[in-house]
Design a binder for this molecule. Structure first.
Ligand SMILES: Cc1cc2nc3c(=O)[nH]c(=O)nc-3n(C[C@H](O)[C@H](O)[C@H](O)COP(=O)(O)OP(=O)(O)OC[C@H]3O[C@@H](n4cnc5c(N)ncnc54)[C@H](O)[C@@H]3O)c2cc1C
Length: 426
């Protein structure tokens, strides 16, 4: 059977952060990175805007400010980011504060989906030059902690230490691993909301601040803003019962070429929901909402113009073809609908209130042509019981990244990979 000192499951930023730390600090160790996809590397393929300011991307349960900042320094040192300029921040901040809202000032860089791919190529080359083996199209299936062995879709192999970092899409897989290892966990938090798409002229703040992070009352926030060559996309999920559902998302290509730029911007507006008994599973709750929306939309995500929403009527095909204010939705194949039929009242009320606040801070965003796509759901919150500060869950077994609840973004995932690596080589 093949043996590796270190096996890393998942070639996303968490897995990469771990691999780069180990080759720097213990270069003699034999490392294997395994990824079920035919290509590397996880969520860095999407948009790749990186945030370098606490607490963005760092769940407070695991990251105190000082600890996160020291890891962020290492991430910054590694990536040497070109931080984007921001303008007129105080003006927006003043307006926000007056309404009881907050605009965070975050150090950001944006590589774009294409820039992210180039970065990944460079990172893989460096790993290869340092003797790290990368096995793509190979899925980890199960683990036997006693014999330090895992089985994959292609073989069985032994590990000295293992990091499991399967990302958000590995949420269910990670739960299966935790059950097999008897690792206690909860997953009671979920973010639910809409993706908003409008013309840049209706949300001009993005010319001053690429991804403005607004915090509103009732645990609502803006998230993942994209402009330039921006698109809304859909991601398919399958429930544990085998039902399909979609969550929408967004990304943008890098471009300085004005001709390639669209005049659209998209961003998510999400509410965090924390469940308690008897249904304490964010995943089950999210799946039910996702399936409900999928059925209502005839197997498609839902979309509604703000103008229709205000009038309490559903959007129709005609709303997307004939209205003089129209712009074409960047995500084709959604169902014109009434999102209030699908969204829980408490979530919808809080999000609409936040959007009205946002429209006061950045007047124009609630233009009648603005589109709300539903659902956008983030399942971050597997919360395993960790045995130490390095995300150890059992002897020689570590978790990191978004699927394990230790991060919510590229830089946080990378930092959590470094932190796990330090535990693995201690
Ligand atoms: C459309 C989109 C846009 C985004 N934009 C941004 C952004 O601009 N900025 C930002 O900070 N964050 C963004 N994110 C979030 C970001 O991608 C994640 O926070 C980050 O990638 C998490 O890193 P990770 O290493 O935990 O997981 P991932 O990057 O998801 O990597 C996990 C890897 O594990 C592999 N895997 C899963 N299960 C197994 C298994 N059983 N066996 C082997 N391999 C397995 C997966 O194939 C995957 O490659 C975006 C996400 C999406 C979906």
């Amino acid at each position: 059977m093949d043996y590796y000192d270190i096996v890393i499951i998942g070639s996303g930023p968490a897995g990469m952060g771990c691999a780069f730390t180990i080759i720097k600090e213990k270069p003699s160790l034999k490392i294997l990175i395994l990824d079920k996809n035919k290509y590397s590397t996880g969520g860095m393929r999407n948009d790749c805007k990186m945030n370098f300011t606490y607490p963005i991307g760092f769940p407070l349960d695991y990251w105190e400010k000082d600890v996160a900042n020291s890891y962020l320094e290492e991430v910054t040192e590694f990536f040497q980011p070109n931080i984007l300029d921001k303008k007129n921040i105080e003006r927006y901040q003043k307006r926000a504060t007056r309404l009881g809202c907050e605009l965070l000032e975050i150090k950001q860089t944006h590589l774009g989906t294409d820039g992210g791919l180039q970065l990944i190529k460079d990172l893989l080359k460096r790993l290869d030059e340092n003797g790290v083996e990368l096995a793509l199209d190979e899925e980890m299936l199960s683990i036997d902690a006693e014999s330090h062995a895992i089985s994959t879709s292609k073989r069985c192999l032994n590990y000295g230490k293992i990091l499991i970092a399967p990302g958000r899409q590995g949420f269910q897989f990670l739960q299966n691993v935790m059950k097999s290892l008897d690792v206690p966990y909860i997953d009671n938090i979920v973010d639910i909301g809409v993706r908003v798409e409008t013309k840049v002229d209706h949300y001009p703040i993005v010319k001053d601040y690429y991804d403005p992070k607004f915090y509103f009352p009732e645990k609502v926030r803006t998230f993942c803003t994209n402009s330039g060559r921006a698109h809304v996309v859909k991601e398919k999920y399958v429930t544990s019962r085998g039902d399909d559902w979609y969550s929408v998302n967004g990304h943008a290509y890098s471009t300085t070429n004005k001709e390639q730029q669209s005049d659209l911007v998209n961003f998510a507006i999400l509410k965090t929901v924390k469940l308690t008994a008897p249904l304490a599973s964010g995943q089950q709750y999210a799946e039910n909402l996702g399936v409900n929306a999928y059925q209502l939309g005839g197997g498609k995500p839902l979309m509604q113009r703000v103008g229709d929403f205000r009038m309490g009527s559903r959007s129709k095909e005609a709303t997307f073809n004939e209205d003089p204010y129209n712009f074409e939705p960047s995500l084709k194949g959604c169902c014109p609908s009434d999102i209030s039929l699908a969204m829980p009242a408490k979530v919808l009320r809080a999000i609409w209130k936040a959007m009205k606040n946002l429209d006061t801070i950045v007047p124009g965003v609630l233009h009648p042509s603005t589109i709300m796509y539903y659902p956008e759901i983030k399942l971050y919150a597997n919360k395993p019981t960790y045995l130490d500060d390095h995300f150890k869950v059992a002897e020689d077994i570590y978790f990191a990244g978004d699927g394990a609840g230790t991060s919510r973004g590229i830089t946080g995932a990378w930092a959590s990979g470094i932190r796990a690596a330090r535990g693995m080589i201690q």
